[in-house]
Write a protein that binds this ligand. Structure first.
Ligand code: IDP
Length: 138
């Protein structure tokens, strides 16, 4: 059993895609173990995406991620990190496979509707960024 952090980004919440995204996870047999809505400050977005701080899109990305509420979730399941990445699709919707969330809904490479941890160590760090162990219902 594995855990991953999922975020429905501001473009997804604003366009009313929360239910659609969650439905895709649940239909794939993924369990939601924790969930909350947050409006990140610019500083929080910068801390969350600190690994990208040298990238040219860092300021734009963190401004966007703090532009409106997001829904953060802990997803649980067998190989859920990889499974979630497959359901999300490639970072750039132009490269995303048909039927993925990003292919169907992403606006562009930045406003790409969802975030998902990319490895067990990042999943652990990202979950701890938003949730205490007491908030996670395993
Ligand atoms: P991922 O979200 O698919 O793991 P990362 O490369 O970790 O992709 O990038 C984190 C986020 O940064 C992306 O989801 C996207 O919102 C944004 N991003 C990535 N590459 C670009 C870019 O070239 N221009 C603008 N934003 C980008």
């Amino acid at each position: 059993m594995e855990r991953t952090l999922s975020i429905i980004k501001p473009d997804g919440v604003e366009r009313g895609l929360v239910g659609e995204v969650i439905t895709r996870f649940e239909k794939a047999g993924i369990r939601i173990a924790a969930m909350k809505m947050r409006h990140l400050t610019k500083k929080e977005a910068e801390a969350f995406y600190a690994v990208h701080r040298e990238r040219p899109f860092f300021d734009s990305l963190t401004t966007y991620m703090s532009s409106g509420p997001v829904v953060v979730m802990v997803l649980e399941g067998d190989q859920v990190i990889q499974k979630n990445r497959e359901i999300m699709g490639a970072t750039n919707p132009a490269d995303a496979a048909p039927g993925t969330i990003r292919k169907d809904f992403a606006l562009d490479v930045e406003k790409n509707t969802v975030h998902g941890s990319d490895a067990p160590e990042t999943a652990q760090k990202e979950i701890a960024f938003f949730f205490s162990e007491l908030e996670i219902c395993s």
